[in-house]
Design a protein around this ligand. Structure first.
Ligand SMILES: [Cu+2]
Length: 493
């Protein structure tokens, strides 16, 4: 598993290990093979086109496998160049990692890749002098900001016809840098020197730049799980989902875009802001307060996970003003769909209640409309396994039941059973102005009678001939805001 970290957060040991591995590959001649693989590829087949992202994902993956081999560390990941915090003064440019800017003539004189320690090659594989850098001097004085990365992360779809530098709207085109704030190209041009031509992998920062590009693509894929690679068909050969991108053998991944779309399946883990590898999926604790979330870009989907430890009935719900759509996946499988729901909750919120066995489940939340954004909260609760609250039963000709309306708008429900067709009286007594409704038989819904002041004083009374069955009496105060004690009784006759 490759754990890819922000280059600026690497500790001294990690820095030394990465540099030693790069230098070992250079000594074997393998590093230069990677430079040639990039330099001799057809420029417009691997850049300025949809295959730009999958080709480079495979390219840096292949180097990473070699770095793991020579270092003996199966978790060694290529560090990424976090542009927003990776300017000339960042620690990734210290002498224990990449070394710094070139001198007045552009020659790198510091760090492990300084003149005399590192020789670049030309596209024929011949030695071509020292590594060159000219930070900010080649027409691109600044690096991308986090806001600019976030702006590109909101662009969909992946790519669009005519599948080149004029594609718009196109996430690929903006990430590559031909439109929008310019991310990837800006990294190359800001460094300048050896990072400008097709032999740019001569500078090891190439791999950190492309690792950042790959991370942005990865983050976008997590954010928009329903946005696939495009084109599936209809693009130039080498650009479609199932076309081979090049003939370079890779022992571990196939040569098609479809072979590299799932980073997790390739064993790639990106760290979080604190440098710790973390699952990208937020965890919902069953019974905890709902988790606030938002769909910040149209078409976005959020993924959550929760752990069920005992079999039982659980309700997965959203709340808030947005019309959410929920998909339940699992157990222990993000691709196995259990159920989906649109408006099962209140106010267009989605909600699912299901018996779940023990395991890890996943909730995917999107908005019903792919064109809107909005906030919501999501939670999971265990349904009480106790039976639902019982309705107090009145015995015909039994003692009256004492109760009270203790809050405005409250009403109390009672049940009684009739076994013989006859006339029965349902009545309240006491000092409160009660109002009575009678419902049934065998249902709380149909109302068969109502009364306000038919009894003594302001008490209610209903006398009716009724058939056998279960009946329900509902008592409220005559006034919406009124409260007070009362007694209710059912009698024959
Ligand atoms: Cu590049």
């Amino acid at each position: 598993m490759a754990i890819r970290k922000d280059a600026n957060t690497l500790n001294a040991t990690e820095r030394a290990e990465f540099i030693a591995a790069i230098k070992a590959l250079k000594a074997e001649g393998l590093y230069d093979q990677f430079v040639l693989r990039h330099a001799n590829a057809v420029m417009n087949a691997i850049h300025r086109a949809p295959a730009f992202l999958p080709w480079h994902r495979r390219f840096i993956f292949d180097l990473e496998v070699e770095l793991q081999r020579v270092s003996g560390n199966p978790n060694l990941g290529i560090p990424y160049w976090n542009w927003a915090t990776g300017g000339a003064n960042a620690s990734m440019w210290n002498d224990d990692l990449l070394g710094g800017d070139g001198d007045a003539g552009g020659v790198v004189r510091t760090g492990p890749f300084r003149a005399g320690e590192w020789t670049v090659i030309n596209s024929s594989g011949l030695p071509a002098g020292p590594l060159m850098r000219s930070f900010g001097q080649s027409g691109m004085p600044t690096l991308p900001t986090q806001a600019e990365v976030d702006q590109v992360l909101a662009v969909t779809p992946y790519d669009v016809s005519p599948w080149n530098t004029s594609s718009n709207p196109s996430f690929r085109n903006q990430l590559e840098g031909w439109m929008g704030p310019n991310l990837h190209n800006r990294g190359h041009v800001w460094v300048g020197g050896s990072m400008l031509p097709m032999t740019s992998p001569n500078d090891p920062v190439f791999f950190m730049n492309h690792c950042m590009v790959d991370k942005v693509w990865h983050d976008w894929q997590v954010r928009f799980p329903n946005q696939g690679y495009l084109p599936e068909t209809g693009g130039a050969f080498g650009q479609n989902l199932n076309d081979p991108m090049d003939s370079t053998p890779s022992g571990r991944i196939g040569p098609r875009p479809i072979d590299v779309l799932n980073s997790a399946a390739l064993g790639i883990v990106y760290d979080d802001a604190t440098g710790q590898p973390q699952p990208q999926i937020p965890v919902i604790v069953i019974g905890a307060n709902p988790t606030a979330a938002d769909i910040g870009a149209p078409g976005e989907a959020d993924l959550f996970q929760f752990d069920v430890s005992t079999f039982g009935s659980y309700t997965m719900f959203t709340s808030g003003p947005s019309d959410t759509f929920m998909t339940l996946l699992g157990p222990n499988d993000q691709t196995a769909q259990v159920a989906s729901n649109d408006d099962g909750g209140e106010n267009l919120n989605s909600q699912i209640t299901r018996n779940l066995s023990a395991g890890t489940y996943f909730l995917r939340i999107r908005l019903f409309s792919p064109n809107t954004t909005g906030v919501y909260a999501v939670g999971v609760r265990a349904e009480n396994s106790a039976p639902p609250p019982t309705i107090p039963e009145l015995m015909v000709d039994g003692a009256g039941l004492n109760a009270s309306i203790s809050a405005a708008n409250e009403s109390d429900l009672y049940m009684f059973r009739i076994t013989n067709r006859d006339t029965y009286t349902i009545q309240t007594s006491g000092t409160t102005d009660t109002f009575l409704t009678l419902h049934g038989p065998n249902s709380q819904i149909p109302e068969i009678a109502r009364n306000d002041d038919g009894g003594v004083s302001f008490n209610a009374l209903i006398r009716r001939q009724i058939d056998p069955g279960e009946y329900y009496a509902r008592v409220r105060h005559f006034s919406q805001l009124g409260t007070g004690p009362y007694t209710i009784r059912v009698s024959r006759g």
